[in-house]
Design a protein around this ligand. Structure first.
Ligand SMILES: NC(=O)c1ccc[n+]([C@@H]2O[C@H](COP(=O)([O-])OP(=O)(O)OC[C@H]3O[C@@H](n4cnc5c(N)ncnc54)[C@H](O)[C@@H]3O)[C@@H](O)[C@H]2O)c1
Ligand SMILES: O=C(O)C(=O)C[C@@H](O)[C@H](O)[C@H](O)COP(=O)(O)O
Ligand SMILES: [Zn+2]
Length: 383
């Protein structure tokens, strides 16, 4: 199997890889490989002996994968309850949080017990936030079942829910104690959700890993068809994200780079009311990342050819790259600017964007003029 140049992992890619998130006392392992769900009980019991668990999952994932996890936990003597929520972005709400918290408390789970998130990023963010606030912080284990969650959301400890005014505006940093990524679970994922997850992989490469981006260019087909390159892409993304998180756990500086494409993307998601029929997070990231490259080119920061290469890469895997590709009523610039104004990177009223000087050369640009953003988006809305 070809591997990405300059990898920094501590273990070979197959059959099971370990990537460490180096955060001192809050450090943890990401274990990656096919079939891991059947070993989840022993992996958890070895690190967290004697815990009880609440498994938070959505109805889709529960039907597909819950029973196997339950059997594995029982075999390791881990007593557990199941908490099931509806699938989709609108589940990241106060109503669902209240329900999950109530069920955890109702099951009398203690501070030293664990919440296990079995699902995509929605479940990880919601269950993680519940685990951060019940009894002022319980144990938390991520078992990501989407590509997006395996390459991005399960790592780094950002948890939370949405506000109608903006994405993830209510939340907490709360690191998991362990991430178990069973890559075989991705076989049941829809092609649309798989592509959405791929957007975060490409984003990661576009931040500061041009070699990884070139590797993705060469191997993206194998990633989609399920070759060993798929597991390698998960591993490389986790290595990249773990390094950023270890350097700046609470986004006081450089972690903001992981937000490439998200200032635009989050505004698009809020503008469609988190309606998954119109736009899911990864698709917003794809359009947003292309917009960040096109905006950088417009400002003379990178070559137009770099923006074209970025757009061609996303389009080649079937991701949307233009605002006009979002189905339904056309969006308007005022709504998008209101969403951008709620971005968590705003500092003393000034906009911060992640812009780029070229492929794999993203940087944090503070004090970006709103009028320039508005003029750019006005053009992009008709493209
Ligand atoms: N915390 C972070 O650092 C971080 C990072 C990136 C994204 N996010 C958040 O993650 C969310 C998006 O995550 P997502 O794309 O995983 O969405 P998701 O959790 O909604 O999952 C997408 C869909 O796939 C289904 N699904 C999940 N696993 C499946 C499987 N194995 N087989 C079949 N169907 C399956 C789900 O039921 C859902 O309908 C957004 O809310 C985003 O803001 C958070
Ligand atoms: O982990 C991070 O940091 C990220 O920015 C990763 C993003 O892909 C993710 O969507 C995250 O939830 C966005 O964070 P936010 O703070 O902008 O809500
Ligand atoms: Zn994201």
């Amino acid at each position: 199997m070809s591997s990405v140049p300059a990898a920094t992992a501590d273990a070979p890619a197959a059959p099971r890889s370990h990537v460490r998130v180096e955060l001192g006392a809050r450090g943890y392992d990401i274990v990656i490989g096919p079939g891991l769900i059947d070993a989840a009980g022993e992996e958890i019991a070895r690190r967290l002996p004697g815990v009880r668990a609440a498994i938070v999952t959505d109805t889709t994932v529960a039907g597909l994968h819950y029973e196997r996890l339950s059997i594995a936990l029982r075999a390791a003597g881990i007593d557990h309850v199941q908490i099931v929520v509806p699938p989709g972005e609108t589940t990241k709400s106060f109503a669902q949080l209240t329900d999950v918290v109530d069920q955890i408390i109702g099951a009398r789970l203690e501070r030293g017990d664990v919440v296990i998130a079995l699902g995509g990023g929605v479940i990880g963010d919601l269950a993680g936030f519940a685990s951060a606030i019940v009894r002022r912080g319980m144990g938390f284990v991520q078992m990501p079942t989407t590509l997006l969650a395996q390459v991005d959301s399960s790592v780094g400890g950002k948890t939370g829910i949405n506000s109608p005014r903006g994405k993830n505006l209510i939340g907490a940093f709360h690191q998991p104690a362990l991430v178990l990524s069973d890559t075989a679970l991705l076989d049941t994922l829809s092609p649309r959700e798989f592509a959405a997850g791929y957007a975060e992989i490409a984003k990661m490469a576009l931040i500061d890993r041009p070699d990884f981006f070139a590797w993705l260019d060469a191997n993206r087909e194998a990633i989609f068809t399920g070759g060993p390159e798929r597991v390698e892409s998960v591993r490389q993304s986790c290595i990249a994200k773990a390094a950023v998180v270890a350097a700046d756990e609470r986004e006081e500086g450089s972690r903001a780079l992981l937000n490439l494409g998200h200032t635009f993307g989050h505004a698009l998601e809020a503008a469609v009311g988190y309606d998954a029929k119109r736009l899911v997070h990864g698709e917003g990231v794809a359009i947003g990342t292309v917009l960040a490259h096109r905006f950088s080119a417009k400002l003379g920061l990178c070559l137009p050819a770099d923006a074209e290469r970025c757009e061609a890469h996303f389009a080649a895997v079937g991701l949307p790259t233009r605002i006009s590709e979002i189905p339904g009523a056309p969006l308007d610039v005022a709504t998008l600017m209101a969403g951008i104004g709620q971005d968590k990177k705003v500092r003393r009223g000034s906009l911060t964007f992640i812009l780029t000087r070229g492929i794999g050369q993203a940087f944090i640009a503070s004090d970006v003029a709103p009028a320039g953003v508005e003029a750019f988006l006005t053009e992009e809305l008709t493209r």
